[in-house]
Design a protein around this ligand. Structure first.
Ligand SMILES: Cc1cc2nc3c(=O)[nH]c(=O)nc-3n(C[C@H](O)[C@H](O)[C@H](O)COP(=O)(O)OP(=O)(O)OC[C@H]3O[C@@H](n4cnc5c(N)ncnc54)[C@H](O)[C@@H]3O)c2cc1C
Length: 420
């Protein structure tokens, strides 16, 4: 195969981050293949809201808008939040962000993971196999290799279900062999398979950090009073409790608790759970009147020691896993996408080999420092707010109140959260 016949990029993992990257590169005229192990379950309006939701920052929304998928997400189900209130269980003082103060319509949007992935997945597959997609929709599954199909300009070649069983990370190209024997030869391979990335291990990249000894209990709840389009967060010694406003008027909760406490809360009956949750939330929205079944996710900090190996790069949770207390994980992943996209585009404009390691290291330099800073910052917040030592609690209450009153610092925090 000649140099010109190879793909520009292979992206492995079609979660929100990988699918967004594949689509972005295809839109920029790169020839892209996307490999996904498990066909995502289609999003349907009549289904219960997916238990996993994320708070999307404005720059993440901008990326999705640029990829022409935001309108479809917003029209289907996205809850804008205009306020954010953060307070401490052990000290007075509250931090309040208001979109109006920033001249913005919203501080962010609460969206189901599955809906984001669905919109991106449809867009990736759109030009390739729309008829098959409709047929599969009716069967409520996207499964089968139907997406390995012809390619029009701007399309992504989707291989699903498929996994990479071997990589040859060469000087001229990287060759990924799939479990069905297909060999994909490309200038660049990007691992976007999430926290359990097997390619990261295959490339010998260490992934270190710490376990928080906590689990995030998630559920959707109805409350006595309306959520006021506000993202609420109460810090407690065991971990933070967030109430995120859903488009249907309910709240999605993310309750970080020590492992044993999480196990106990998961085992409570519905009435006891609602009573404890209302109490843990200071009854800020009155009683909890209904709750969906609970799920729990272990919380960890993990950082890849490097993001690049030869012609391979890591993005999203494959590169970094952070505490969800500020709702940053996917937002950081989308910032990886925006950065890698820009670096590759600039390389092509200069006529450089966009998959060469020196090019990929530009991406690594920019994103690894930013993600590490974010992860360490969140880790520090978790440590400071996770203690019930009296003087520390008093200090952090005072700090919240001070940040709330001091415009420039507050503005800085708001900008960081918004990705500006
Ligand atoms: C409780 C909780 C709350 C959170 N809240 C927020 C929030 O408010 N805001 C925010 O920004 N982030 C939040 N996050 C983090 C966010 O969910 C993740 O950062 C995000 O889902 C990572 O996306 P990803 O595409 O990198 O990985 P994933 O979503 O894990 O996707 C990986 C994809 O790769 C596929 N795959 C895996 N292995 C292979 C393989 N070998 N071959 C091919 N494909 C493979 C998988 O099937 C999947 O489709 C939260 C996380 C938790 C646990």
């Amino acid at each position: 195969m000649s140099r010109r016949q190879i793909l520009d990029a292979v992206v492995v993992g079609a979660g929100p981050v990988g699918a967004a990257l594949a689509l972005a590169l295809a839109r920029d005229g790169f020839e892209v293949a996307l490999v996904e192990a498990r066909a995502p379950k289609p999003w349907r309006a009549e289904d219960e809201v997916d238990p996993r939701v994320v708070a999307l920052a404005p720059d993440a929304r901008d990326l999705l808008d640029d990829l022409d998928v935001w309108t479809s997400i917003a029209e289907r189900r996205a809850g804008a939040y205009r306020h954010m209130r953060v307070w401490d269980a052990l000290a007075p003082g509250e931090l309040h962000f208001d979109a109006a103060e920033r001249g913005a319509a919203a501080l962010g949007w609460i969206v189901e993971n599955r809906l984001i992935q669905d919109a991106l997945w449809r867009a990736c597959a759109a030009g390739a196999s729309a008829v098959a997609l409709d047929r599969e929709d009716r069967a409520a599954t996207y499964s089968g290799r139907i997406f390995e199909s012809r390619r029009a300009a701007g399309d992504v070649r989707v291989h699903c279900p498929a996994e990479v069983v071997e990589i040859e990370n060469g000087d001229e190209a990287v060759v990924a062999t799939l479990d069905d024997g297909t060999r994909l030869r490309a200038a660049l391979l990007v691992a976007a398979e999430g926290a359990e990335s097997s390619l990261r291990g295959r490339l010998g990249i260490a992934f270190g950090g710490r376990d928080y000894g906590q689990r995030a209990v998630v559920a959707h709840v109805a409350t006595e009073r309306p959520h006021e389009s506000t993202a609420w967060q109460r810090f407690q010694p065991g971990g933070p409790l967030a109430f995120l406003p859903l488009a249907d008027g309910r709240c999605s909760i993310v309750w970080s608790l020590p492992d044993a406490e999480a196990a106990r809360v998961l085992a409570l009956d519905d009435a006891a759970f609602r009573a404890e949750l209302g109490c843990a939330f200071d009854f800020r929205l009155g009683a909890i009147t209904a709750a969906t079944p609970r799920l729990a996710f272990p919380l960890r900090l993990r950082l890849a020691e490097r993001y690049v190996d030869g012609r391979c790069a890591l993005v999203g949770d494959a590169a970094h896993v952070v505490h969800p207390l500020a709702g940053q994980g996917m937002n950081l992943g989308f910032r990886d996408v925006a950065c890698l996209r820009r670096v590759l585009r600039e390389a092509r404009e200069r006529g450089d080999d966009h998959g060469a390691a020196p090019i990929l290291r530009r991406y690594e330099r920019e994103r690894r420092s930013e993600n590490t800073l974010a992860a360490r910052g969140l880790d520090a917040i978790e440590r400071v707010f996770g203690t019930d030592i009296g003087p520390v609690a008093a200090l952090r209450g005072a700090a919240l109140a001070a940040v709330d009153r001091f415009g420039p610092i507050k503005h800085w925090f708001a900008n960081r959260a918004a990705g500006r």
